[in-house]
Design a protein around this ligand. Structure first.
Ligand code: SAM
Length: 274
């Protein structure tokens, strides 16, 4: 079997230009110098003042959130393993005059590539952890990147949402996939992506993992981090259960029927002690 990184990178290399061209990512909206991605806008009340902070966006994809954080005044570096994603991200940053550096590399190599004890802010999420087999190693990467006193800020798809069968058409929520992390990947074969597109994918296989909320928090504590916020939300910024969700004016999706039944996403903050 191919290494999970090669399988997933092939998928992301093909998806990145499709995402960059899609109305869902809406890169043209960045022409307005005050525009922020809706992912960053959602968390503004929790994010606080990031002006002057040295920040890194892990798994930055096409840079929409990275550029938004730079617009809020952070000095940002974005890291991703997909060169086509970074090509788009660099074009977006150049076009918007955002001062962002983008670095290609695997998540687990980030401290080696970017430097240890360096950042005031590690920002990540929105479909990042599910590509990583080992959440303990991920948490150690976060701790290693942060300077003492620095903080992790992430909003991520809730692991309960990731257990649900997203192909049901009868409106029932069915627990189909494992909640807890496992060594073996969940192997998915799909011919689309999470944005609306006519593109016919040549690469259709992905290898992914779910990580329980307790496993994520425990991994951060084991890496020496202190948990400072854990807030669960009844919305998610993509159409996670097609046919069962409605979108609001802010680009957030909720179960159309009783969204309070399901934790859709969470925002977590943790601090490396000084
Ligand atoms: C869903 S995107 C992250 C969400 C992002 N905030 C956005 O703009 O929507 C996931 C990103 O993770 C990257 N990725 C997946 N596995 C990776 C790995 N092992 N190392 C580095 N980047 C990885 C992919 O290339 C992709 O750009």
């Amino acid at each position: 079997m191919d290494d999970y990184r090669d399988v997933n990178r092939r998928w992301w290399d093909e998806a990145a230009p499709v995402h960059a061209a899609s109305p869902d990512y809406g890169l043209a909206r960045f022409e307005d110098p005050s525009y922020l991605s809706h992912v960053v806008r959602f968390d503004l009340p929790r994010l606080g003042d990031v002006r002057g902070l040295e920040g890194v966006h892990l798994q930055c994809h096409i840079g929409t959130d990275t550029v938004s954080l730079a617009r809020l005044g952070a000095r940002m570096v974005g890291l991703d393993f997909s060169e086509p994603a970074l090509d788009s991200a660099r074009r977006l940053a150049a076009h918007t005059s955002a001062e962002v550096t983008f670095v290609a590399g695997d998540l687990y190599d980030a401290p080696k590539l970017l430097g240890r004890d360096r950042f005031d802010l590690v920002y990540t999420g929105i479909g990042a952890l599910n590509w990583l087999p080992d959440v303990r190693r991920w948490a150690q990467v976060v701790a290693d990147l942060l300077r003492p006193g620095g903080r992790l800020f992430m909003r991520e798809g809730h692991p309960v949402l990731s257990t649900l069968d997203d192909e049901r058409t009868d409106g029932l929520l069915a627990l189909e996939y494992p909640y807890f992390g496992r060594d073996e990947p969940l192997v998915f074969e799909e011919d689309g992506t999470y944005v609306a597109t006519d593109h016919v994918f040549a690469n259709t296989v992905t290898h992914e993992w779910n990580h329980g909320l307790g496993e994520i928090v425990t991994a951060l504590l084991a890496a020496g981090m202190e948990l400072t916020m854990l807030e669960e939300h009844d919305s998610v910024p993509w159409d996670a259960l097609p046919g069962q969700m409605v979108e609001d004016a802010e680009g957030e999706w909720r179960l159309s029927d009783r969204p309070g039944r399901l934790p859709h996403t969470y925002t977590l903050q943790a601090r490396r002690p000084s």
